[in-house]
Ligand binder design. Structure first.
Ligand code: SAH
Length: 245
């Protein structure tokens, strides 16, 4: 087995199937990892579980893989959603990578009053999510939405899904307590909303207070960077009510 090479493939994975890697993956397998015919890799596609596969044919920009046997069933519970105001470039990449490692199932960039809604390179964020999913041995890749504005996000939010808003002004409940309470509520369908460097404006916090599915929560007495708040919120949730059991 090649040193744990794990690739996200957008093709059906079942016994005897043959799937094609992307040109970038072919380059990685051949040129970077110096693999060839017969070398084994691990594949997942977010639907069919995790499979062992072998390189059947490898060119500079193409690679055909023979799917040999299933290693793991697609048995992951869908993780929390994370809505976040994009922060300066590396910060947003950090949020996507860490949220993927922490099991988020959907990433929703949102433009808030104080967020510098600079153009978001969504394709690059999706590639970051795939890479992080491959590395952390997830069986799925989080969905990365295009940027939406806050109003649209709230209007489209499913009422059944609790939305924990990270309120740095101290107006919220400690997240661990809210998560424990939530543990007994119907289903673990939750989401988190984290504001930008400049925080939420009062009128946004007022708006949140009126929505029945929103629970303001706090992460202690210090003001965290948005990246830190995203990571900390997901970690607390997974530890208390998620899949870190
Ligand atoms: N308004 C602050 C910074 C906001 S920090 C300022 O201007 O200095 C960015 C985001 O991280 C906040 O909008 C909030 O969603 C989250 N956050 C930071 N610290 C937090 C805390 N202690 N509790 C809850 N959320 C927090």
């Amino acid at each position: 087995m090649a040193a744990g090479i794990r690739l996200y493939i957008d093709g059906t994975l079942r016994d005897g199937a043959a799937v094609d890697a992307t040109p970038e993956q072919a380059h990685y397998l051949g040129r970077v990892m110096r693999l060839g015919r017969g070398d084994a890799v691990v594949l997942f596609n977010g639907r069919d579980g995790e499979w062992r596969a072998e390189i059947e044919d490898l060119g500079k920009r193409s690679c055909r893989l023979a799917v040999l046997g299933k290693l793991r069933d697609q048995a992951e519970a869908p993780g929390p959603w994370l809505a976040f105001a994009p922060v300066k470039k590396t910060g947003t990449d950090f949020i996507v990578q860490k949220a993927t490692e922490l099991g988020a199932s959907r990433l929703m960039p949102v433009a808030t009053a104080n967020s510098q809604t600079a153009r978001l390179n969504t394709e690059r964020l999706r590639a970051t999510a795939v890479e992080a999913a491959e590395q952390c041995e997830r069986l799925s890749v989080p969905q990365v939405d295009d940027m939406a504005d806050l109003e649209a996000l709230l209007a489209a939010w499913p009422e059944r899904r609790r939305l924990f808003v990270l309120d740095e002004t101290g107006g919220g409940r400690p997240l661990a307590a809210a998560a424990r309470a939530g543990e007994n509520a119907a289903g673990g369908a939750v989401g988190f909303l984290v504001g930008p460097e400049g925080g939420f404006q009062a009128r946004e916090l007022d708006r949140f207070a009126k929505l029945p599915f929103i629970i303001p929560v706090m992460l202690g007495p210090r003001i965290l960077r948005a990246e830190t708040a995203c990571l900390a919120a997901l970690a607390v949730w997974q530890a208390v009510a998620g899949d870190w059991k």
